[in-house]
Every structure is written in C-alpha cells, then in structure tokens.
Design a binder for this molecule. Structure first.
Ligand code: 3PG
Length: 307
C-alpha cells in the first residue's frame, strides 16, 4: 500500500509550494493528503491517524500527536527551528524527526532588514528617520540565517559583528564579519542586535535586561528567532528605563498589551512571517517532500534530529 504523506500546516504554504510538494510525493509513489488552516488540535489528531509521514511548519507535534499517528514513520519540520517537535516522543515511537535547515534562511534575513528599515523610518509616517549605513550590527548566533543577515547587512554598509559559541571565529571572519569573544561584547559594541539563537532550555529567557543594558544609545533589538528566548517581563521593565531602546519581533510576545505604552518603539508581526514567502515555502516544502520520499525509497535519514 502507498505510504500516506500528510501536509499539516495551520499557517499554510503558498499554493505553488503545495502543488510542488504534491507532485514530488506522488512521483515518489506516495499518497498526498492536506490539512491546512486547522483551528483545533482535534483536527490534527484526526488527520494524522493513518499518516505514515507528516510535513509541518511551526505546528506542535506533541506526544499526543505522535501517539495518535499509529502508522507514523517520519515527521519533517519544513523549516529550521524544531522546538515544536517532541523528539523524545518521536524516539519512543520509532519515528524519524527531521528539519530542513537553511531552506528559509534568506526569507528570514530579508525580514530582519524590512523591519529594521521600517523602524528606522518611524513606520513610514512621514517624519525624518535614520539610516542603517555605518551602524554596528551584532548577529547573535551565526547559523544559516545569521550568515544571510551578514551578507545583506554588508550591502547596507553596516559594520557587522557576530557571536556564536559553536562557530569558529575564523569561519565568521572569513565572511568579513568581526567575531567577538563573548555575548556581552556583542551587546556592548552594537547599536543593532539581530537574534538567531534557537529556543532551547538553555536560551529561553536568556535575552534579559542585564544584557540589553549593555547596548549603546538608540539600541534596537530585532528578534526573528523565537519569542521564548526573551525575558518578557525584563524587557518591559527595561523599556520603561531606557526610552531610547526599540524592540522589533517576528511574532508578538505573550503579553503584547504590556508594550502599548511604548508607542513607536516596538513592532510585532501578527503571525510569524519570517518564512512566509513563496520561495521559502517552496524551498522548505520541496526539501521536506524529497526527504520523505528518500526515507521511504532508500532509508535516507541525513537530516535526522533524534539520533
Ligand atoms: C523556522 O524555524 O524555520 C521559522 O521560524 C519558520 O517557521 P514557520 O514555518 O512557522 O513560518
């Protein structure tokens, strides 16, 4: 019997990406199924019942989902961050969990600058703003998105710095980016900081008032990573103290009303927008579809996360 591949996306891919995923899945001898824009977890639990493979975005693949998907062999997060996958549950049920690293990195990096320019020009409200050229930008974590941010920042004429405890300084410097020795040095040096750390037990809540307090005057924090890496109460308290500080994030903090008093100093997307481009949807969706077909046809597990 053909393996069933379910695309389960609360936030849908562009149609052009879905069409390409379907074609790859069917050419690979599998059956294609689609659950988009679901509003209730029960719909997801029902749809996964007979799926052998699932493609998701930020959809939460919890233990409950894994247990409901009795025939599940592989789940692919079409994207980079996999904090939405319960890897232990996948391992316990012998499910291969994968992601598609790098596939949507340019889209996220472009959004960093889209939002930075919008903030620098006061929301395009007709008043005089500032430019990015000549400003210092700190890239916090130098992975696929960080590297794309560096490439674009150089085009803007920014001075680019980066900190990543897992990447060799020489590799960073080879891109014409100054590698700093500590996270504190990055925040001390740069007026703009762009976050690209994953949400892990170690990083959650780690971007706090102490760190932000190191930033120079007219500091701007850009978060296209995860809202969870921010110490929310800490940043609110910090914004009360530092009237020059601005916060831009791809997706609002849990208590966004707490920011209302900082009018003009914050911007939050209504839904996570970083990877919401046709190109990123195609890149990540097509990669996910190929990974699944390769898994079923020759056991390929190159992008396996749960080792
Ligand atoms: C990622 O981790 O790849 C991005 O945050 C994209 O998330 P999305 O697929 O929910 O847009």
């Amino acid at each position: 019997m053909a393996k069933k591949v379910l695309v389960a996306t609360e936030k849908p891919f562009a149609k052009v990406a879905v069409d390409q995923i379907k074609e790859i899945v069917e050419k690979g001898g599998c059956e294609f199924a689609l659950l988009e824009k679901y509003t209730d977890n029960a719909q997801l639990l029902d749809a996964v019942k007979d799926a052998n493979a699932i493609i998701v975005r930020s959809d939460k693949v919890t233990k409950e989902v894994v247990e409901a998907a009795k025939n599940l062999e592989i789940v692919v997060r079409a994207g980079a961050g996999f904090d939405n996958l319960d890897l232990d549950a996948c391992t316990a049920h012998n499910v291969c969990a994968e992601n598609t690293p790098g596939q949507n990195a340019n889209a996220v990096a472009e959004l960093v600058f889209g939002m930075a320019v919008m903030m620098a020009r006061n929301g395009f409200n007709g008043t005089s703003g500032v430019e990015l050229m000549g400003k210092k930008l700190g890239i916090h974590a130098y992975g696929n998105v960080g590297r794309n941010v560096a490439r674009i920042a150089k085009g803007f004429g920014m001075e680019v710095y980066a900190f990543d405890q897992y990447v060799d300084a020489a590799k960073i410097e080879a891109d014409g980016v100054k590698a700093v020795k500590s996270v504190e040095d990055l925040y001390k040096t740069c007026q703009y900081v762009s976050l690209h750390i994953p949400a892990t037990a170690e990083t959650k809540g780690s971007i706090n008032a102490k760190l932000l307090g190191l930033m120079p005057k007219n500091a701007v924090l850009i978060n296209t990573a995860r809202k969870e890496v921010i110490d929310e109460a800490g940043i609110v308290a910090f914004m009360k103290e530092r009237a020059d500080f601005k916060y831009i994030a791809d997706v609002a903090p849990d208590n966004k009303d707490a920011f209302a008093e900082f009018d003009g100093r914050y911007f939050f997307t209504p839904k996570k927008m970083g990877a919401q481009t046709q190109e990123a949807n195609i890149n990540a969706g097509v990669a996910a579809a190929h990974q699944i077909v390769n898994f079923f046809t020759n056991g390929d597990q190159k992008f396996r996360l749960n080792k």
